[in-house]
Ligand binder design. Structure first.
Ligand code: S3P
Length: 432
């Protein structure tokens, strides 16, 4: 699908509730499926990625029913039972694959986790290594990627894993595996990655030994859970408003977990006029965010320590920086090369095609703000790159066409509708 975006001549306006948080939705579905009893999950993200997790949970014995107020999930009480041939398709979702690999490594049956071409090329040794230290029988491909064959290993043992990468997927994989292991399992990471798993486990009845340490044999209990809006989706709306003069938008009920808000901090430093109104904090902080266009944003140096708090927002920051003035410097973000695409390479290629001056580095980019030209760019099937390029179309001198834009549905199926509701002119070659 090709998405066409026309330059925006008037300010964007809106009052929008973004879709449910993707990371939290995956975890809510997995925890509710492992729990004893029925959990009512409201505000869940319904996208390609979270549907992959839901389908896998149902294949493993959980059941779900859409009811008024959300999705009612009947958990397995921890006794997973595979149906079908034991092959679970994770689609494009690294979170689904890495978290479920942790859950499945301690089960007394065999499963195979498969993904699409993008997922099958992403590194899995980062979870295979700790799981093997726990005694798991898990085999990736010769390249260390999916498919992952997980065989019954007769029981896991707890470990303290010192992760070389600040990755919530590695951390969550080990902690979820640790629930079925003997002893305690804990994770240390170079910097705190998003901490949704640690915040949510206690809500589902698991008492943590310490913030990143679980006791083997802990049972999950059903819980109702209201998923906040996804800051990683909301930022596209905020960035669009920060690019187009005359814009003013309010985002409602969005998750403001400090391990996810690095992009908002960058926007403020670039000169954006943002107002945050905190609402609740149980167990995830939630609030409303308002942005009023103030001026063209200016370039900044992104502190490396902030990278984990905005890892998914860095392609968007590259795009935003290109529309501003001065240089923006991003380093310490080598992880971007192993996301749904090599996000540094894909963004560099697309931005250059739109006339942006930049310098690519192994772990980041220097982007010079300036004029954006129109044209055709390839999103490489990466949802966040596709949406980032789409925003550039609002500021370009002529139309921008984005290839493989159907992948936007990976995380934000309503993106085009929400942008149109704000006044953006976007249309697809499939008429949607
Ligand atoms: C996620 C963690 C991040 C992020 C991904 C979702 C999660 O990956 O990029 O989109 O839900 O745990 P890493 O943990 O590998 O950094």
């Amino acid at each position: 699908m090709i998405l066409t975006v026309e330059p925006s001549r008037t300010g964007l306006r809106g009052d929008i509730s973004p879709p449910g948080d993707k990371s939290i939705s995956h975890r809510a579905l997995i925890m509710a499926s492992l729990a004893q009893g029925q959990s009512l999950l409201s505000g869940l993200l319904s996208s390609e990625d979270t549907l992959a997790t839901l389908r896998a949970c149902v294949q493993l014995g959980a059941s779900s029913e859409s009811v008024q107020g959300g999705l009612l999930v009947t958990g397995t009480g921890g006794k997973l039972t595979p149906t079908g041939n034991g092959v679970l398709d994770m689609g494009n979702s690294g979170t689904a694959m890495r978290l479920l690999a942790g859950v499945l490594s301690g089960q007394d049956f065999d499963t195979t986790l498969v993904g699409d071409d993008s997922l099958n090329s992403r590194p899995m040794t980062r979870i295979v290594d700790p799981l093997r230290l726990m005694g798991a029988d898990i085999t990736p491909s010769d390249e260390g990627t999916a498919p992952l064959l997980i065989r019954s290993c007769g029981g896991l043992r707890g470990i303290n894993y010192v992760s070389p990468v600040a990755s919530a997927q590695i951390k969550s994989c080990v902690l979820l595996a640790g629930l079925a292991a003997t002893g305690v399992s804990s994770v240390e990471e170079p910097r705190l990655s998003r901490d949704h798993t640690e915040r949510m486990l206690p809500l589902f009845g698991v008492e943590l030994v310490s913030p990143r340490c679980v006791r083997g044999g802990s049972r999950l209990m059903a819980s109702n859970f209201d998923v906040p809006g996804d800051i990683s989706s909301a930022v596209f709306l905020l960035a669009a408003a920060a690019m187009v003069p005359g814009s003013e938008i309010t985002i409602r009920r969005v998750g403001l977990n400090p391990t996810r808000t690095g992009f908002l901090q960058c926007m403020r430093e670039m000169g954006a006029q943002l107002t945050v109104v905190p609402l609740v904090e149980t167990p995830e902080p939630v609030g409303d965010v308002k942005l009023v266009f103030a001026d063209r944003l200016k370039g900044i140096v992104v502190p490396e320590s902030r990278v984990p708090d905005m890892i998914d927002e860095l392609p968007l920051l590259m795009a935003l920086a290109a529309t501003g003035s001065g240089m923006t410097r991003i380093r310490g973000a080598g992880e971007l090369r192993v996301k749904e695409s090599d996000r540094i390479a894909v963004m560099a290629t697309g931005l250059r095609k739109m006339g942006v001056n930049l310098q690519e580095y192994p772990d980041g980019m220097d982007i010079e703000g300036g004029t954006i030209t129109g044209g055709s760019v390839n999103s490489a099937g990466d949802h966040r790159c596709a949406m980032s390029f789409a925003l550039l179309g609002l500021r370009a001198s002529s139309e921008v066409h984005i290839d493989a834009a159907q992948y936007i549905a990976t995380s934000y199926p309503g993106f085009i509708d929400d942008m149109r509701a704000m006044g953006a002119s976007m249309f697809t070659d499939t008429g949607t």
